[in-house]
Ligand binder design. Structure first.
Ligand code: SF4
Ligand code: SF4
Length: 231
C-alpha cells in the first residue's frame, strides 16, 4: 500500500469508528516536546502521530449538579479509549503498525509534592500539531466547530504520512482573561495549570469516596466552549 493509500485507510478507519475530528502530525512537529515526553520516548520508530477526537454531549456542563458532568467525563474517556483500541486493532490487522496512547490515564510521571501528574504524551499538544485546533489560555484545545468539549485519542505509527495543515484560526482574543479570572483557585497562569491548586476542587473526593468534578469553570466560561463564536 502506498503512503497515500495508507493515509486514506487510516482516516476512513477513524471516521468509520465514530470520531468527529481527525488529523496527522509529522514527527518533526514535536521538536519542542519536553524531554521524556516526546513520541519517540514512547515508541522510538514513530514517524507520524495520528490524532482524533470525539465530541462530548455539552449540556451536562450547565447542570446545577456536578455529577452528570463528572459521569460524562468518565464515560467519554472510556469511549475514546475503546474507539482508539478499535482503530488500532483494525490498522494492525491491515499491517499498519501503531501504538495506542491512553486518552487520559494511566501515566507514570507523578510529583507528589506538587500534586503534578503528566501524561506520557500531551494529547492537547498532539492535537494542535495535527491541526485539530489551538490551545487556549485555559490550557484546553479549542476546535473551531466543537470548542473545548472534545476528548482526544492518538496512535503513534512508524509510517511516514502526509501531515494535515495546522489550524489557521485564532482562539484567544489578546485581552481575554475570562478563564483566568473565573478560576476560584487562581490555578491558571495563561500558560499552564497549577495542578496542586486545581486538583482539590476539580477532582474532589466526597465522603462516599467518589471523585466528583466540582469545578470546570475555565471550560464552561470560555466564550468558545461550544465552538468559535463569530462576531
Ligand atoms: S478546573 Fe476550576 S480550579 Fe481547575 S483551573 Fe479550571 S477553573 Fe481553576
Ligand atoms: S476564556 Fe478567553 S482567554 Fe480563556 S481560553 Fe477562552 S478565549 Fe481564551
Amino acid at each position: 500500500m502506498t503512503s497515500m493509500l495508507q493515509r486514506q485507510k487510516i482516516r476512513d478507519t477513524a471516521f468509520n469508528n465514530g470520531v468527529d475530528l481527525f488529523g496527522i502530525a509529522s514527527i518533526d512537529r514535536f521538536v519542542h516536546a519536553p524531554a521524556g515526553f516526546h513520541p519517540r520516548d514512547i515508541y522510538s520508530k514513530t514517524a507520524s502521530v495520528i490524532v482524533f477526537a470525539i465530541r462530548l454531549p455539552t449540556e451536562s456542563m450547565f447542570a446545577e449538579s456536578p455529577v452528570p458532568y463528572t459521569h460524562v467525563n468518565s464515560l467519554v474517556t472510556q469511549k475514546m479509549d475503546m474507539i482508539s483500541f478499535d482503530i488500532s486493532s483494525t490498522l494492525d490487522r491491515a499491517g499498519i503498525k501503531n501504538v495506542l496512547i491512553p486518552s487520559d490515564d494511566p501515566y507514570e510521571y507523578w510529583d507528589a509534592g506538587n500534586q503534578h501528574g503528566q501524561a506520557i504524551l500531551s494529547m492537547r499538544h498532539a492535537a494542535e500539531l495535527a491541526g485539530l485546533g489551538k490551545l487556549g489560555r485555559n490550557n484546553l484545545l479549542i476546535n473551531k466547530i466543537y470548542g473545548n468539549m472534545i476528548q482526544i485519542g492518538a496512535l503513534l505509527t512508524n509510517v511516514k504520512l502526509e501531515p494535515d495543515p495546522l489550524a489557521d484560526y485564532e482562539v484567544c482574543p489578546p485581552k481575554c482573561r475570562i478563564c483566568l479570572n473565573s478560576c476560584p483557585q487562581q490555578a491558571l497562569t495563561g500558560d499552564t495549570v497549577i495542578q496542586s491548586k486545581c486538583r482539590p476542587i476539580s477532582n474532589a473526593k466526597n465522603e462516599k469516596g467518589y471523585i466528583i468534578k466540582k469545578c470546570f469553570e475555565c471550560r464552561k466560561k470560555c466564550p468558545h466552549a461550544l465552538g468559535i463564536r463569530r462576531k
